[in-house]
Design a protein around this ligand. Structure first.
Ligand SMILES: *Cc1c(COP(=O)(O)O)cnc(C)c1O
Length: 471
């Protein structure tokens, strides 16, 4: 602990009678609040002077780590830089103060943004039409599956209820299929996490081709690898009468490299909040537009009012425009180059179970030297001491010590080299001073928290009683 007022809540800094505000003069006269709506006792609000309030919240905000503070190599959920110009565009009063029911002739600009964004997404994915309505990736999956279901029903092909999902898929895939009232059949992956085409062939025979509604694929898959068998898989599913669904949550490695529409996919979603900026740590906001090939747009369902999360669409469109047609083609190649560079620079000290070309991310299985007893958790904690956010750890479940790294296309070589140097330093420390790594972090406001206790007994409310007892 240092001398900042860590651990103090604003309530604990309260001193009776202190003030940090002055209310404006009442310009509206007195309106009596009905007695039954009045409190019986005073609200228990903190009483603090202005400087205490300012410092309290400023110090708290400084304890937060974000993409704007440092490198954030979290895998499986692209956390990239969000240019401030996008925030400014989304915050323009003409966009921010829109009311969904205002006259159409006053919303032409916003309508144009939606239309042009959809057009850009069509061009980037090779699909025919997009809907911006879904609020998140998972919501996009549900929307896409509703489209697929309606398509089959429109042809009187009601018995197609099975959705094939690879066992390595993001958990939202089977969940969305279940919410859509469809049944899930799992297809096995090979040891490199790509779909086992022979297993798929057997599965189609076993469950009956005539029952297949769709197959969902994530590409690059959960291990960051390109699914090289897509042409074969697409043929099998289409011959069976099913549709191909593309989980494009993390589309950045594909931009400028390949398009789902050209690979034979019929329906897809994109997480605008992962691929096209929008800060999304901590659960929102997001948008999961769904794209379809020609003929399926008539099945777009009403999954949200109006145009979904318009401000997220606005940021995405600003992002696409600032990159421009030529630069956006560099997104995929740079995301891929950065990930492969880190992988190659570290694979002599970290275990690389699948040693092949990756796309935007890859997975280590802990340190190569297992004799030190230093785990992936320890490495992740030690990284915090050096000012880096930890990569994704213990996911995917394929390996015991998974350490999943995604640098994104935005980072400079210097930043990436700095990260590589620190990762090597930690590997060295694991050998020479393992205790140092195992007891990390040492330079953060709090040390190692008890994850299990925090998850099972979270204390999220402040009890006035406790502080009264303390004082
Ligand atoms: C993030 C992610 C999702 C879910 O997206 P949300 O916006 O969190 O609902 C689905 N699939 C993959 C592959 C993802 O990475």
């Amino acid at each position: 602990m240092n001398n900042k007022l860590y651990g103090n809540l604003i309530f604990e800094l309260s001193k009776e009678g202190r003030r940090g505000y002055s209310l404006p003069k009442n310009r509206f006269g007195d309106y009596a609040v009905p007695q039954e709506l009045c409190r019986k006792e005073d609200a228990q609000l903190p009483e603090c002077d202005e400087m205490t309030v300012v410092r309290h919240y400023t110090n708290l905000s400084a304890d937060n780590f974000g993409v704007d503070n440092g490198f954030y190599p979290l895998g499986s959920c692209t956390m990239k830089y969000n240019p401030k110009i996008n925030e400014e565009m989304a915050a323009l009063p003409q966009f921010q103060n829109l009311h969904p029911l205002q006259p159409a002739e006053t919303t032409r600009g916003a309508e144009a943004v939606c239309t042009l964004l959809c057009r850009s997404l069509c061009e980037l994915t090779g699909l025919h039409a997009f809907t911006l309505k879904p609020f998140a990736g998972a919501h996009g999956e549900l929307t896409g599956l509703m489209i697929i279901r309606k398509y089959h029903e429109s042809r009187g092909d009601e018995k197609r209820r099975l959705v094939i999902v690879p066992d390595s898929a993001h958990g939202t895939n089977p969940a969305s299929a279940a919410v859509c009232g469809l049944e899930i059949v799992e297809v096995k992956s090979l040891s490199d996490g790509t779909v086992d085409v022979d297993a798929l062939r057997e599965l189609l025979v076993r469950v009956g081709s005539e029952n297949i509604a769709a197959m969902m694929m994530t590409n690059p898959n959960t291990l960051g690898l390109f699914e090289r068998q897509i042409p074969e898989i697409e043929k099998l599913i289409h011959e069976a009468g099913g549709l191909m669904y593309y989980d494009g949550a993390n589309l950045n490695p594909m931009l400028g490299a390949a398009r789902p529409g050209d690979m034979g996919f019929d329906v897809m979603h994109i997480n605008l909040h992962k691929t096209f900026s929008t800060p999304h740590g901590g659960g929102g906001p997001g948008a999961g537009p769904v794209g379809v090939r020609k003929g399926l747009e008539e099945f777009f369902p009403e999954v949200s009012p109006y145009h979904g999360n318009f401000a997220v669409a606005m940021r995405a469109y600003a992002y696409i425009l600032t990159l421009g047609r030529e630069n956006i083609k560099m997104v995929g190649p740079l995301a891929t180059l950065n990930a492969n560079y880190i992988k190659e620079q570290l694979k002599d000290v970290y275990e690389l179970p699948i040693d092949t070309l990756c796309k935007h991310e890859f997975v280590f299985d802990g340190l190569k030297d297992k004799s030190t007893g230093v785990t992936t958790m320890d490495v992740a904690k030690r990284l915090l001491d050096y000012g880096y956010h930890a990569p994704t750890i213990y996911f995917p479940l394929l390996f015991h010590e998974s350490l999943m790294i995604e640098p994104t296309e935005n980072e400079s070589k210097d930043t990436i080299d700095g990260f590589i140097a620190v990762m090597r330093q930690i590997a060295e420390e694991a050998k020479t001073d393992p205790e140092l790594v195992k007891s990390a972090p040492h330079h953060t406001p709090i040390g190692r928290v008890d994850d299990v206790l925090a998850a099972k007994h979270p204390v999220v409310t402040y009890k006035q009683l406790q502080s009264d007892e303390q004082h």
